[in-house]
Design a protein around this ligand. Structure first.
Ligand code: 13P
Length: 255
């Protein structure tokens, strides 16, 4: 029996000021219906950075409960001449407690290397933000049976940089790239198999318990089966988190 589950909504580059307001209004109405067992859920949302202040303000003003805020990205640097970047301290100024690092879209579309990802994790942790470190393989890598080696190489570069004790304080999200935004979710068994191999790798490296989340076309229809897998501690939800009602349904699947 897991003591806790993590449900994380990643809005990516979607939404508007009006959409935030509507989403939060619907969330506030619906979240009262989450039952007592939902107290074992950590519920987090990653809005686009520009809406973080508005999110934070609305949460405080309207006394909206249960939601923690997450940055979608963070600079590897503390401050200075890095035009367009946001520092860990800036995210914390707007109530972020966590940050996504190394999402496959950052790795693939914005050329973030394992080295940069490791540096970002180190900086975020040094500033007191909890990283949600994303890893995952492409379709071609899966077909070459390279899933495990790709994922563990991604983790290993972070481990080498920060050490086992710090890695245990992060959250790891396994997101197979072929399952992101495609509607083609990994089956619960496929996801569990990779999670089990990550868990074994962490054990070999003497990394203490680290929550492992699955992401890739998670929806209200498949979330329960995914979350019941023994090595899956939560889900990282893209498209289905944009509609408050479907995100609430995912939060309610285990209750
Ligand atoms: P989808 O749920 O839209 O497939 O996105 C997954 C994801 O990338 C979350 O970070």
């Amino acid at each position: 029996m897991k003591s806790k589950h993590w449900i994380v909504g990643n809005w990516k580059m979607n939404g508007s000021r009006q959409a935030v307001q509507q989403w939060l209004a619907e969330w506030q109405l619906g979240c009262n219906k989450l039952t007592a067992s939902a107290s074992r859920l950590e519920i987090l949302v990653c809005p686009p950075a520009i809406y973080l202040p508005f999110f934070a303000e609305q949460i405080t003003t309207n006394n909206i409960s249960r939601l923690k805020l997450v940055g979608q990205n963070v600079s590897a640097y503390l401050q200075g001449a890095y035009t367009g970047e946001l520092s860990a301290a800036m995210l914390q100024d707007y109530q972020c407690s966590h940050v996504l690092i190394g999402h496959s879209e950052r790795r693939q579309l914005f050329a973030e290397t394992d080295e940069v990802v490791a540096q970002k994790v180190a900086t975020a942790q040094a500033q007191g933000l909890r990283p949600i470190l994303c890893v995952g393989e492409t379709q071609a890598q899966r077909e070459q049976q390279a899933t495990e080696s790709v994922v563990t190489a991604q983790l290993d570069s972070v481990l080498k940089r920060i050490g086992a004790e710090k890695l245990a304080q992060a959250i790891i999200a396994y997101e197979p790239i072929w399952a992101i935004g495609t509607g083609l979710s990994a089956t619960p068994e496929q996801a569990q198999a990779v999670h089990a191999s990550i868990r074994a790798w962490l054990g070999n490296k003497r990394v203490g318990f680290t929550p492992l989340l699955y992401g890739g076309s998670v929806s209200p229809d498949n979330a329960a089966a995914v979350l019941r897998q023994p090595d899956i501690d939560g889900v990282l939800v893209g498209g289905a988190s944009l509609v408050a009602d479907s995100f609430l349904k995912i939060c309610a699947v285990l209750t």
